[in-house]
Design a protein around this ligand. Structure first.
Ligand code: FE2
Length: 302
């Protein structure tokens, strides 16, 4: 884990932020940011049938949050609002898939305290994203753990589910390259030879959606990712046709060989504009079953 602080990546990210966010906003007298912060955060709820999901865990409800990017585009009042959106969702666990901070980590404690307060008997889990490494990743991890959140750094843990055995939850630290990401996932999700269950993970958290390729090889039923923000600008009615052109797995659900991936468009932003790609928090209710593309009856993106 790097402690970057004043690294080149941090300085470049800060410069990009100044050039593409702060400067245009100032030129427009603050209108850009004010307008952006009026975008309502949508709660999207999906029932998700997955062929590889174990039926013992049917009905499990996950609250999925990602890409908060706490900073100029995500003030503390909005952070509190986001956590409140999940309070009444009868969740079993909460998963955060990276980029809690945008640049500077100071102040992230408030988000973690709010996230840890969301009722979820199986716990609250987090992996790091690329932005979490820009300033001080160790400080981000420490703040999350101090709040009672389980930070998964290339590891898997078994959690008891009342009367239903255990769920194995894995998480990998940020890596940009496919090969590296795949190696981390193979290391974490390949069952030990002395494992009595000899099974892979039930749930994988990977900021980078490229992790889905190895997760499918490892027969992981469900992978949750972020990172792409769904491009922040998408075609009307086609969230998969967006500005995240470098990512084939950029928004929504994907299924391969009985494994599923969900890529959330996230709650935060890199730049103060979202078009046909609202900020979102997501509730997933899972069950074993033949794959059918899940739809949210209340909030279809248009
Ligand atoms: Fe992000």
């Amino acid at each position: 884990m790097s402690k970057a602080g004043s690294s080149g990546k941090y300085r470049r990210a800060k410069l990009r932020h100044a050039l593409f966010t702060l400067a245009p906003d100032r030129l427009l007298g603050g209108r850009l940011l004010r307008r952006h912060l009026k975008d309502e955060v949508v709660v999207r709820r999906f029932e998700v049938p997955i062929p590889r999901w174990r039926s013992e865990l049917d009905g499990l409800r996950i609250g999925h949050l990602s890409d908060l990017h706490m900073g100029d585009l995500m003030p503390q009042e909005r952070v509190d609002h986001i956590n409140r959106l999940l309070m009444g969702e009868r969740l079993d666990l909460v998963a955060f898939t990276g980029d809690a901070v945008d640049l500077d980590w100071h102040g992230i404690e408030r988000f973690f305290a709010g996230m840890a307060a969301i009722p979820a008997p199986l716990g609250h889990f987090l992996v790091l994203g690329n932005h979490d490494h820009l300033d001080d990743a160790e400080a981000v991890v420490a703040a999350a753990r101090d709040a009672g959140i389980t930070v998964l750094m290339d590891e898997a843990i078994d959690i008891e589910v009342a009367d239903r055995g255990t769920i194995r939850i894995a998480g990998v630290d940020w890596s940009k390259r496919l090969q590296e990401c795949s190696q981390q996932i193979a290391q974490v999700c390949t069952p030990d030879s002395d494992d009595v269950d000899a099974r892979s993970c039930d749930l994988l958290l990977s900021h980078n959606p490229k992790g889905f390729i190895e997760a499918t090889r490892q027969a992981v039923p469900l992978t949750l990712s972020g990172h792409t923000h769904g491009g922040q600008v998408a075609l009307k009615g086609r969230p998969d046709r967006n500005l995240a052109v470098a990512h084939r797995l950029s928004a929504g659900f994907y299924e391969r060989e009985g494994s599923a991936l969900f890529v959330t468009t996230g709650v935060g932003s890199w730049f103060p504009l979202r078009v046909h790609c609202p900020p979102e928090v997501v509730v997933l209710e899972l069950r074993h079953g033949d794959w059918v593309e899940p739809v949210d009856p209340d909030n279809s993106i248009d």
